[in-house]
Design a protein around this ligand. Structure first.
Ligand code: ADP
Ligand code: MG
Ligand code: MG
Length: 255
């Protein structure tokens, strides 16, 4: 069984005012096939966690570890992380002038698998996944992220998820800016990837809405750079009713 393990992770960034600690000892273990929701107020460090797993150079790991089946993820380049089976939805947010979605997907697939996909099967897979996500075939010929709407960006992320078949996916606020129909389509895509390949998911979200469509096995409440509480799906229902205030005041009192 594959496991992504985060241990006592401390992360800071350099700002004009000096070093700013953001993550203050994060522990999380995700086994393949499991979905973990990380929920918390704005500014609690959720995206920092995602960027650190992705290997963004801005975020300095001061101590702690991230391992994938015992391999040191923090020692890997961004490309090596992808080849090891990590999928980071925010990894490709930039426009890539002159590179079509179709070319981008094939290049990424080739880089990750170490060989180019057999063309007929690949074309069929791309078409199938685009159909699943209700994407028009013309989308494949557009340049990556150029003029994409919020919804198109999210669908493109899930299209990558379906085709690249990673072992673990980190999805940071995949629900933001989606109307209900798009949210359903995107969630179905994540669920298909879970069913097809036993994908492990770290689902970062501020709101409980997406958890109606993607069922978490575990919920972690993230406050002030730490996991403040953990539980099963029922914890998300409680957050929906009570909000984060209780956790925020407890964290403030403790610091
Ligand atoms: P969340 O995703 O939970 O809203 P973030 O990880 O985006 O939280 O931010 C956590 C804290 O770190 C915030 O106080 C934010 O202002 C700060 N922070 C994160 N990234 C940067 C950055 N690149 N520059 C300055 N501050 C940052
Ligand atoms: Mg935020
Ligand atoms: Mg964020």
């Amino acid at each position: 069984m594959s496991t992504l393990a985060i241990r006592d992770l401390h992360v800071s960034i350099e700002t004009d005012q000096g070093t700013k600690p953001i993550l203050r000892g994060v522990d999380l273990t995700i086994n393949e096939g499991e979905t973990h929701a990380v929920m918390g107020p704005n500014g609690s460090g959720k995206s920092t966690l995602a960027y650190t797993i992705a290997g963004h150079p801005r975020y300095n790991v001061d101590s702690g570890s991230i391992t994938l089946d015992g391999e040191d993820v923090l020692a890997m380049s961004v490309d090596e992380r992808a080849r090891a089976g990590l999928f980071l939805a925010m990894q490709y947010p930039v426009e890539i002038p002159g590179v079509t979605v179709s070319n981008f997907l094939r290049t990424a697939k080739t880089a990750i698998d170490g060989k180019s996909p057999a063309i007929r099967g690949w074309v069929k897979d791309v078409r199938q996944s685009m159909d699943n996500l209700r994407m028009d075939s013309a989308f494949a010929e557009r340049n990556v992220n150029e003029g994409f709407s919020g919804g198109e960006k999210k669908r493109h992320e899930i299209l990558q998820l379906e085709l690249l078949k990673p072992r673990f996916a980190v999805l940071d606020e995949t629900d933001s800016g989606l109307d209900v129909d798009a949210l359903k389509i995107v969630s179905e895509g994540v669920n298909r990837a879970k069913d097809a390949t036993g994908l492990g998911v770290l689902l970062i979200t501020h709101y409980t809405r997406i958890l109606r469509y993607i069922k978490p096995d575990f919920v972690h409440v993230f406050v002030a750079g730490r996991v403040a509480e953990e539980g099963g799906p029922e914890l998300a229902d409680r957050l929906e009713d009570e909000g984060y205030d209780r956790y925020v005041s407890a964290a403030a009192a403790a610091s």
